[in-house]
Design a protein around this ligand. Structure first.
Ligand code: AMP
Ligand code: GLY
Length: 447
């Protein structure tokens, strides 16, 4: 059965780990970013026998227990390049889309540095909704019908000619705030005015698309040009509170082992969506070289794309990468250099992770609260927004920690995660109690 669970616990310490002499002989890797996704990447790299030294910029308190944190921002391309050159970094792995959009891959490649991630131009599959929609339409990839506009009146009259709800998407990176589901004409008018008359997010166009229904899920694939290496499917929970209520967040929890997607549907999504997107990007002279993340929906008419991202998802990465049995350095390096690699091998267990966020998130929240009990947790604890001071760990972001456990079933993994969360002491954290509810309660009821 190849199960690797229960997972060993990470015992994050406040400072950088001591590097053993024999480790210095291995490869040196720089991970760019400082959230839970990057912690999971660092954790996976630290399992590679080829990797000696890991730097992470900027990292966080938990990452500092497994790598050397480097105080550079993820978008400081020149600073990161100078660091990689000075420190003989063999390979750089990029987490956040902001770094890709800042052109980190282009700059590193020009300097002859090996880097895992897409060029700025290829990252348009995420950064421009219009580019992505047009790509899907021309490649015959299933997605919601759409039109795009720069003119307010034309946009409004199109919206009013279609059924409600209407989906309005600002065409650019808008920190997750650029999508409005308008229930009626008044809401649509106000959102369009915000985007096209007041330019609240910038000068971009607006994509108007049909409203789709069905459960959403994430399909992450490693992509190297035409080569697509799928990862296990996962599902994020975007709303802040139980029952998918409350404001949208970066993601409050995730799990793998989705019972509502059949093998056939997964195979369809791989062939008709992910592979077609990879080919279409090659045909445009923009080959992908990193992670392609399909934000997909199982609609009554079949699997369709809601959006593409050009990076690992967060919190999906934290539940997907613990299942990887292959050496992630080999994969990253193969993709960074355009060299075919063996298909990655994945454990057939499932994983589930719950995010602990600062009270008030995604709105206003306070930082700097003491976090205790971490050394007693018998599960993976990925740090999303923490800082270390005087040997103690403090909250330092909206999403703070993610506790991840595996199991032979989702029930098992869920029970374990919530038990372990109970050991964490912090007065300013909250979390959802129903991660995987679609799989366990809703789907479970009907099957
Ligand atoms: P996006 O940034 O494109 O992923 O959109 C954010 C969220 O809006 C998605 O995760 C969906 O929940 C919702 N959404 C986006 N597009 C649609 C659509 N065409 N139909 C229904 N919901 C949508
Ligand atoms: N899990 C949502 C994202 O990474 O965009």
């Amino acid at each position: 059965m190849g199960l690797v669970y229960p997972l060993p616990s990470l015992k994050p310490s406040a400072g950088a780990k001591e590097i053993k002499l024999e480790n210095c002989l291995g490869k040196t890797v720089l991970v760019v970013g400082g959230g839970g996704r990057e912690h999971a990447i660092v954790d996976a790299l630290s399992r590679s026998p080829q990797v000696g030294k890991i730097y992470c910029a900027p990292g966080n308190a938990g990452i500092g227990g497994q790598a050397f944190n480097v105080p550079l921002k993820d978008t400081d391309v020149e600073g990161l390049k100078a660091f990689a050159l000075e420190n003989d970094v063999d390979l750089t792995v990029v987490g956040p889309e902001a770094a890709l959009a800042a052109g980190i891959v282009d700059a590193f490649r020009e300097a002859g540095l090996k880097i895992f991630g897409h060029t700025r131009a290829a990252a348009a599959i995420e950064s421009s909704k219009e580019f992505a929609k047009e790509l899907m339409e021309s490649a015959g990839i299933p997605t919601a019908a759409y039109r795009s506009f720069s003119d307010f009146d034309q946009a409004l009259s199109y919206v009013l000619s279609r059924p409600f709800p209407a989906v309005l998407k600002y065409d650019g990176l808008a920190a997750g705030k650029g999508v409005v589901i308008a229930q009626d004409g008044a809401e649509a008018r106000s959102a369009l005015a915000d985007m096209l008359l007041d330019h609240s997010f910038g000068e971009g166009r607006v994509v108007v698309e049909d409203y789709l229904t069905g459960p959403e899920f994430s399909f992450l694939c490693f992509v190297d040009g035409e080569r697509v290496y799928p990862m296990p499917l996962s599902q994020d929970h975007k709303r802040a509170f139980d029952g998918d209520k409350g404001p949208n967040t970066g993601g409050m929890g995730a799990y793998t082992g989705l019972p509502f997607i059949t093998d056939r549907e997964c195979e369809f999504a791989c062939r008709e969506i992910m592979c077609k997107a990879a080919s279409a990007m090659c045909a445009r002279g923009l080959p992908l070289s990193g992670v392609l993340y399909g934000g997909l929906m199982k609609t009554p008419q079949g699997i369709k794309v809601i959006e593409f991202n050009a990076r690992f998802g967060d919190p999906e990465t934290e539940v997907v990468l613990p299942l990887l049995q292959s050496d992630i350095y080999t994969l990253f390096e193969g993709i960074a250099t355009g060299t075919p690699v063996d298909a990655p091998v994945w454990s057939d267990g499932v994983t589930l992770g719950v995010v602990l966020a600062s009270k008030g998130y995604p709105g206003h929240y306070e930082k700097g609260y003491d976090i205790g009990g971490l050394d007693r947790v018998d599960a993976k604890v990925y740090h999303m927004g923490t800082a270390a001071r005087d040997g103690k760990v403090f909250t330092n972001g909206g999403r703070v920690l993610m506790v991840v456990s595996g199991g032979s079933s989702l029930e098992d993994a869920r029970r374990k995660v919530y038990e372990e969360i109970g050991k964490i002491e912090c007065e300013n954290l909250f979390y959802r109690n129903d991660i995987a509810h679609i799989a366990l309660e809703e789907y479970g009821k009907n099957h």
